[in-house]
Design a binder for this molecule. Sequence first.
Ligand code: CMP
Length: 139
Amino acid sequence: MASERTLAIVKPDAVARGLTGTLLARIESEGLRIVALRMVRLSPREVEGFYAVHRDKPFFSPLVAFMTSGPSVLAVLEGEDAIRRWRACMGATDPMEADEGTIRRTYAESKQRNAVHGSDGPSSAAFEIGWFFRGLDLA
Ligand code: CMP
């Protein structure tokens, strides 16, 4: 399997709780390489564009409020099968449904405040990396 890239976000709930270092260390301990990294408080426009596929969902407006409530850490991860591996490490969206030992099972507070994000496939990874790391040389 070829090396691929995915976007990871440490969301505002996890940053506020001082989990940034723990979660970045977890990424590296899984054998995924961090090839780009930014800490930023996202604007409503950035979040609305990023989550545009969810704009008709009932949770969209509270999701935008949550994701703009404080700083997030954005990272591009690289490795073999990186998209699937990062999602497996995160666990299911709802922490109650996430497997034991996953990040969300361990740290998420709710379905919304779920600590981390990961791209769900190659085309969303390409879109999401480009959304936050426009023009950056990731070589
Ligand atoms: P994420 O994997 O970043 O993708 C979309 C986000 O929307 C998700 O994590 C949650 O933060 C949020 N979300 C998804 N479903 C729900 C829901 N049913 N209720 C509240 N928030 C949700």
